[in-house]
Design a protein around this ligand. Structure first.
Ligand code: C5P
Length: 224
């Protein structure tokens, strides 16, 4: 069997990793998975069932019920869902439940794509440690909060920038300090700091970091 081609894009909250992952997927014609949406869908499921995101039984049951096809729903993009997602994500049994879907996506990308780009927190460390190429995307918390504030403003949502910064810091702390699959760069990840880069410059930098390995892997594939 040919080895799957996988680009792992991990990073901190609102670092721009999702946008970069999408752009990389488009560039190479690969399938894209936003693994954070699985944790967000789980959190939404718990809340809709009037459960407690910190309760293992509630969270595992919700993880078992998610439909990844619903990952475009705007309902999961709300701040309270992001917060609840990082709570359910700290529960080992929830992570175990969501792991198989992510590994299947990497091994057999949908639509017959030649490869997959997966963004998250633990893709290069836990989900697919043998990834073809790994990026770890970060930016100063203030830069991330400001970008998120601009994005929300463009959607007509008025939110205090200081509140966004506090949310980002709290989520990063919880994600980094949890016992299972904590947020941290894989030893072999290329680090990309987007604090001073706009999206085009960040994409050019990301592409430059992954290109050689991905092209080499594509060339090594049997034709047809
Ligand atoms: O990336 P996003 O902000 O959508 O992720 C929401 C939350 O899901 C994160 O704060 C994190 O707690 C969790 N997550 C995770 N592992 C992943 C992706 C997301 O723990 N691979």
């Amino acid at each position: 069997m040919t080895k799957p081609i996988v680009i792992a894009v991990d990073g901190t909250a609102a670092s721009g990793k999702g946008t970069l992952a999408k752009k990389l997927a488009r560039h190479f014609g690969f399938a894209h998975l936003d693994s954070g949406s699985l944790y967000r869908l789980t959190a939404l499921g718990v809340i809709r069932a009037s459960g407690d995101p910190g309760n293992e039984a509630d969270a595992v049951a919700a993880a078992g019920r998610i439909d990844p096809a619903q990952s475009d729903t705007p309902d999961i993009r709300q701040a309270p869902i992001a917060e609840a997602a990082s709570v359910v994500a700290a529960i080992p049994a929830v992570r175990a439940r969501l792991l198989e879907f992510q590994r299947n996506f990497a091994a057999t990308p949908p639509g017959g794509a030649k490869g997959a780009v997966i963004d998250g927190r633990d893709i290069g460390t836990v989900v697919w440690p043998e990834a073809t190429s790994k990026l770890f995307v970060d930016a100063r918390p203030e830069a991330r909060a400001h970008r998120r504030w601009l994005e929300l403003k463009s959607l007509g949502q008025v939110v205090e920038e200081a509140a966004i910064l506090a949310d980002i810091r709290r989520r990063d702390a919880r994600d980094s300090q949890r016992a299972v699959a904590p947020l941290k760069p894989a030893a072999d990840a290329a680090l990309l700091d987007t604090s001073n880069l706009d999206i085009d410059a960040a994409f050019a930098a990301a592409l430059a970091l992954v290109k050689a390995r991905v092209e080499e892997a594509l060339e090594a594939r049997p034709r047809g």
